[in-house]
Design a protein around this ligand. Structure first.
Ligand code: CA
Length: 226
C-alpha cells in the first residue's frame, strides 16, 4: 500500500513517514501543497494524508483539486478543532478528519479503516466485460476460463482495472506495481504489459488492454484496439 503525506512541517513529515513505513506502508512526503497536488494527481496512491495548514495553496484547495480528478481516499490533518472546519473538509470530499495533536496509533487506525473501505472502484469483485477479477482469492477469469497470473501481473491488472478508462503512464505503473522509479529507457513495464495482454486478450475478439501511443496504457472495454 502506497501513501502520500502532504505536510510542511519537516519533523512531523519525517515522523509520519518513519512510523507509517514501520507499519508496512510505502510513503512519499511532499512539503507543500503544489508538490503534494502534483504527486497526488500524477502518481497512484492508495491514500493521501493531507495537512490543511500549508504554505502556498492550502489543504482545502489541494483537496478540491484532487477531488476534481480522483477518488483517492484523503485523511485531513488539522490543528483547528471546529465543527465548521470539519464540515467543510467533508463537503469538499475529505474521507476523514484528525485533529492535531493526535496519537500515531489513532492515525494508523483511521488509515486502515479508510483503506478497508477503499475507493468506490476498489471492490472485491470486478467485472469488466467478460473479465472477472476476484481480489480476495486473487483469481482472474475471462469468459469463465481461469487465467493464472504472477503476483506482479495480478497487481498490474488490478491497477489497470481499478482505474479503468484512465490512461496510466509507464512511470505511474512502475511506481505502483514495482514500487520504484525506472529510467525512461527501461522496458520492464512494456514487457509486463505484453505478457499480461497475451494472457488476458489473446483469443478474444474484444481487447481490454490498450496502448495509447506516447502516453501509456489503459484497460477499457469500449476502445478501439491499439
Ligand atoms: Ca502545516
Amino acid at each position: 500500500m502506497r501513501l502520500l503525506v502532504i505536510e510542511d512541517e519537516k519533523k512531523a513529515g519525517e515522523y509520519l513517514k518513519k512510523g507509517l513505513e514501520e507499519s508496512g506502508f510505502t510513503v512519499d512526503v511532499a512539503a507543500n501543497g503544489i508538490d503534494g497536488l502534483h504527486h497526488a494527481l500524477e502518481e497512484a496512491y492508495d491514500l493521501v494524508v493531507l495537512d490543511v495548514m500549508l504554505p502556498g495553496i492550502d489543504g482545502w484547495e489541494v483537496l478540491r483539486r484532487i477531488r476534481a480528478k480522483k477518488d483517492t481516499p484523503v485523511l485531513l490533518l488539522t490543528a483547528i478543532d471546529e465543527l465548521e472546519e470539519r464540515v467543510r473538509g467533508l463537503e469538499l470530499g475529505g474521507d476523514d478528519y484528525l485533529v492535531k495533536p493526535f496519537a500515531f496509533v489513532e492515525l494508523l487506525a483511521r488509515i486502515r479503516t479508510l483503506l478497508r473501505r477503499g475507493p468506490p472502484r476498489d471492490i472485491e469483485h470486478v467485472h469488466i466485460g467478460d473479465l472477472e477479477i476476484d481480489a480476495v482469492r486473487r483469481r482472474v477469469r475471462r469468459s469463465g476460463q481461469r487465467i493464472d497470473l504472477t503476483p506482479k501481473e495480478f497487481a498490474l491488472l488490478q491497477l489497470l482495472a481499478r482505474r479503468r478508462g484512465e490512461v496510466l503512464s509507464r512511470t505511474q505503473i512502475a511506481s505502483y506495481v514495482w514500487d520504484m522509479n525506472f529510467d525512461s529507457d527501461t522496458n520492464v513495464v512494456e514487457v509486463a504489459i505484453r505478457r499480461l495482454r497475451a494472457k488476458i486478450d489473446d483469443g478474444h475478439d474484444l481487447k481490454l488492454i490498450h496502448t495509447v501511443r506516447g502516453m501509456g496504457y489503459v484497460l477499457d472495454e469500449d476502445r478501439e484496439a491499439g
